[in-house]
Write a protein that binds this ligand. Structure first.
Ligand SMILES: Cc1ncc(COP(=O)(O)O)c(C=O)c1O
Length: 334
C-alpha cells in the first residue's frame, strides 16, 4: 500500500532551499528533501482537498535566533480545525518539535540576520485512501520557506479590494458545521480564484460578502475597521465570526493590544454601508501583516499611515493569547 512518507533517508537542507519536516506518530520529526516526492497520489489532501493547514511567521531576533510568532494561537486553531474535520492531527508537542527541528535545519544551512523571516506552514491531510473499514492515517508536515517582508511602500500605499459574494447566506452557515467555515481547510481553490478575479479586474485583493449582504473576510486575511466615536473613543471592529469566517490569530493579537490601549472592540455584524465614515480599513494576516485598504470597488477610502503603523506594532509585539478563540467574545454593535 502506498504510504505518504516512504523516504526514510535523513536530509541536510541546502542554503536557500525550503526546509521540510515530516511528522510520524511515535517517531521524531525528520528533515526531508523538499524537492523529492513524499505524498501518495491517493492522499485525500490532494484528491479532495481534505485536510487543514496553518501559516505562521517566524522572525529572527537580534541574536539571529528564530522565534515563531503567536505559536499557541496557531496550534490552538490547528486543533480546532482538526476537530471540525474529524482528523487525528498531531498535538502541540510534535508540532513544536517539528518546528524546532525545521528552524535548526534552516539556521544550520543559512546565514541568519536579525529580522529575517520564515513562513512556517503546517499541513495535515486525511491521508492516503485506506481499505474499507480501515481508518486513514493522516499525513503531516511542516514547510519553512524564506518570506519577504512587506515593503514600507506597499504598506503605505495599500491595496485595492473588490467586494465579491461568496454565495452563502450567513444564516445558513450558522446551523451548518459541515460547511467548515470556521476551519482552515485545504480547500482554498475558491479563495485563489477570487484573488485571480480581482487581479483581472484592476484590484489587488478581495473582501467576501455573504449572500445576505454581510462583510466577511479576505481570501487569506481578516478585515479590520477603525472608527472614532462621537466622544472621541477609538473602536476597532471585525466582522461577526458567526457569519461564517475564520477567526484570525492576527486579529486576536491586535484586538488584545487595542483593548489594553483603551480602544473599544466590536465584532460586527458589518455591512458594506458600515465602511462609510471609517478612519481606516485593513486586511491582516500572519505573514503579510497589516495592509491598509485604499479602495473598495473603486471608491477611495481613507488610508491612515499612523494607524497602520500602530496596528502593525501591536501585531509585532506578539502578545500570543496562547489559545485559539473561535467565538465572538464581545458583542458591541452600538
Ligand atoms: C480565510 C482567512 N481568513 C483570515 C486569515 C488570517 O489569519 P491569521 O491572522 O491567523 O494569519 C487567513 C490566513 O491565511 C485566511 O486564510
Amino acid at each position: 500500500m502506498p504510504t505518504s512518507n516512504p523516504v526514510p533517508a535523513a536530509h541536510t537542507p541546502a542554503p536557500g532551499e525550503p526546509v521540510l519536516v515530516l511528522l510520524s506518530p511515535g517517531a521524531d520529526p525528520r528533515l526531508a528533501d523538499p524537492a523529492a516526492p513524499h505524498l501518495s497520489v491517493t492522499d485525500q489532501g490532494v484528491t479532495r482537498g481534505d485536510g487543514l493547514f496553518e501559516t505562521a511567521l517566524a522572525v529572527a531576533d537580534e541574536t539571529g535566533t528564530f522565534a515563531l510568532r503567536k505559536l499557541g494561537a496557531h496550534l490552538g486553531r490547528l486543533a480546532s480545525s482538526a476537530d471540525a474535520l474529524g482528523i487525528a492531527a498531531p498535538g502541540p508537542e510534535p508540532w513544536r518539535a517539528a518546528i524546532e527541528a525545521g528552524l535548526a535545519g534552516f539556521a544550520a544551512a543559512n546565514p541568519v540576520a536579525p529580522g529575517d523571516r520564515l513562513s512556517v506552514r503546517l499541513t495535515v491531510t486525511r491521508g492516503p485512501e485506506a481499505p474499507a473499514g480501515v481508518e486513514a492515517r493522516p499525513t503531516a508536515w511542516a514547510l519553512l520557506t524564506p518570506a519577504a517582508r512587506t515593503s514600507d511602500a506597499e504598506r503605505a500605499e495599500g491595496v485595492r479590494v473588490l467586494l465579491l459574494e461568496r454565495g452563502l447566506d450567513s444564516a445558513a452557515v450558522e446551523g451548518a458545521p459541515w460547511l467548515l467555515t470556521g476551519a482552515k481547510t485545504l480547500s482554498y481553490a475558491v479563495n485563489m480564484a477570487a484573488l485571480r478575479h480581482a487581479k483581472a479586474h484592476g484590484a489587488d485583493d478581495v473582501v467576501f460578502t455573504s449572500a445576505d449582504g454581510y462583510l466577511l473576510e479576505g481570501p487569506t486575511s481578516t478585515l479590520l475597521l477603525a472608527r472614532t466615536g462621537a466622544d472621541g473613543t477609538r473602536r476597532i471592529v471585525t466582522p461577526l465570526r458567526q457569519k461564517g469566517i475564520l477567526a484570525g490569530t492576527s486579529q486576536s493579537v491586535i484586538f488584545a493590544a487595542a483593548e489594553a490601549a483603551g480602544w473599544r472592540l466590536g465584532y460586527g455584524p458589518l455591512a458594506p454601508a458600515d465602511l462609510d465614515g471609517a478612519d481606516g480599513l485593513w486586511l491582516v494576516s500572519s505573514v503579510r501583516g497589516v495592509l491598509p485598504i485604499r479602495t473598495v470597488d473603486g471608491r477611495d477610502v481613507p488610508v491612515d499611515a499612523e494607524l497602520t503603523e500602530r496596528l502593525q506594532a501591536w501585531l509585532d509585539a506578539d502578545g500570543d493569547p496562547g489559545v485559539h478563540v473561535s467565538g465572538d467574545p464581545i458583542r458591541d454593535e452600538d
